[in-house]
Design a protein. Structure first.
Length: 440
């Protein structure tokens, strides 16, 4: 299952493993080498190289909190399992719930974490934690990770946004976006895949649009005397990027009619399926971070299956089970998977206890996240919960660990800082450890 190393201490992607690091010390100087070149130093040395490779991230967001019992950690034999049976996967001894036959046969491309835990099981607060790496705060609007990546990868010459969000969150007031990083690094939102938002297409010809933008720039100059330089520059930057975007010859990337019918069929003709296809197309064009939101067509509830979970979970799983592995296989056959991190997750899981109508409530003591691509070693399961799915029994993984690992894969320094509006420096991640097993 494990790919051979191409260099001492290096994974097939050129990422130094902890085991490889120790081997290097043994060969090149032992303790003296350790004193001069630490683990963090080696990670930092790789950041520029990883950026050059243009690694992207696709977040598949299961809005509402998917049930681990009805997805990737069934507990057959437990009184808490419910009617969903289990099926075999490509990894001997590992089973998924019956609603995921395609994903079960793609586990060789997935590193599944079954031991996620946090202490927040309320939607808005859990979403803030899982999307930013920080608990919610009344004094700081922490940015979502997509905005952090957009800040790091900002390229003034790129005529597409660095951060694109596809689909609509269930409840807009719970959403998390650029926060203190500001509009420059906010997501570009595509409510429905296949077409641009209505306000993107120019309503006048290019020459007229350019004249109007030039006039707006003159007004900005006159306004300069009554506003700060920062506000003026931010507004000019937004106008410049907007002009470049709406006049870009690459806007066709959003038109899925350009895609062969066979490929569209593979992903499934659902909002989430076509959203995953659009995500692949955007990665091809150099977009650094794409989020695809899954609500199963149930924007009022999504994966929040408090009620009638036994009825609704098969429907939710079906569209995701088609699109998720289709995305992984498509990226792989195009030679893009190693440079694209794909993460499947929600804000928490569901309770072992079952309600009379088959629903489950919120649960944050043992939930799931899945990694693929980006140099991650697929075909493995990390961590475990007990026989009833109540508590983590092996290799607990915290939310901050996820963010350290995201940074590592994408070539960001988790100790890098940005400034909040009150000039307070904030690290990309506070605490957390690398999930080293992903690169074993």
């Amino acid at each position: 299952m494990h790919a051979p190393m191409i260099d001492v201490g290096m994974s097939r992607d050129g990422v130094v493993s902890r085991r490889g690091f120790m081997k290097r010390l043994a060969v090149g100087g032992g303790a003296a080498g350790a004193l001069t070149l630490g683990w963090r130093d080696l990670v930092s040395l790789q950041a520029d190289e990883l950026r050059k490779r243009g690694k992207s991230m696709i977040l598949l967001w299961m809005d509402g909190g998917p049930s681990q019992f009805e997805s990737f950690n069934p507990k057959v034999g437990s009184k808490f399992q419910g009617p969903a049976t289990a099926i075999s996967t490509t990894l001997p001894g590992i089973e998924f719930a019956e609603f995921w036959p395609r994903t079960a046969q793609s586990l060789d491309k997935i590193a599944l974490i079954r031991s996620m835990h946090s202490n927040i099981a309320v939607h808005d607060r859990a979403i803030a934690l899982v999307r930013t790496g920080y608990p919610p705060s009344v004094s700081v609007r922490y940015p979502t990770f997509g905005s952090v990546v957009a800040r790091d990868r900002f390229d003034p010459d790129l005529d597409l946004p660095s951060f694109v969000r596809i689909g609509k969150p269930r409840i807009a007031t719970r959403d998390v976006d650029a926060g203190v990083l500001g509009a420059k690094y906010a997501s570009f939102n595509v409510p429905s895949p296949g077409a641009l938002p209505a306000n993107v297409e120019p309503v006048v010809d290019e020459a007229t649009l350019r004249r109007r933008l030039s006039l707006a720039a003159q007004f900005d100059t006159e306004y300069h005397s009554s506003a700060t330089d920062m506000l003026i520059q931010e507004k000019r930057d937004i106008y410049a990027r907007t002009e470049k975007f709406v006049l870009s010859p690459r806007l066709g990337v959003f038109d899925l009619e350009n895609e062969p019918a066979k490929i569209r069929d593979e992903y499934g003709h659902t909002e989430f399926g076509q959203g995953c296809l659009l995500a692949r197309r955007l990665v091809e064009q150099g977009v650094s971070f794409i989020e695809v939101i899954s609500t199963g067509g149930r924007n009022d509830a999504g994966w929040d299956t408090h009620n009638n979970g036994f009825r609704d979970n098969p429907l939710l799983c079906r569209e995701t089970d088609q699109a998720y592995p289709a995305l992984l296989h498509d990226l792989e056959r195009r030679g893009m998977l190693d440079n694209t991190l794909v993460v499947w997750m929600g804000e928490f899981g569901r309770t072992p206890k079952i309600k009379p109508d088959g629903g489950r409530d919120h649960y944050s003591k043992g939930w799931l996240t899945a990694f693929s691509g980006g140099g991650v070693q697929g075909g493995q399961v990390i961590g475990a919960t007990d026989k009833d799915g109540k508590d983590v029994t092996e290799r607990p993984v915290a939310v901050q660990d996820l963010f350290v690992t995201f940074c590592h894969i994408l070539g960001l320094d988790p100790h890098d800082e940005y400034m909040a509006t009150n000039e307070r420096p904030i690290k990309l991640v506070e605490g957390g450890e690398l999930i080293g097993e992903l690169f074993a």
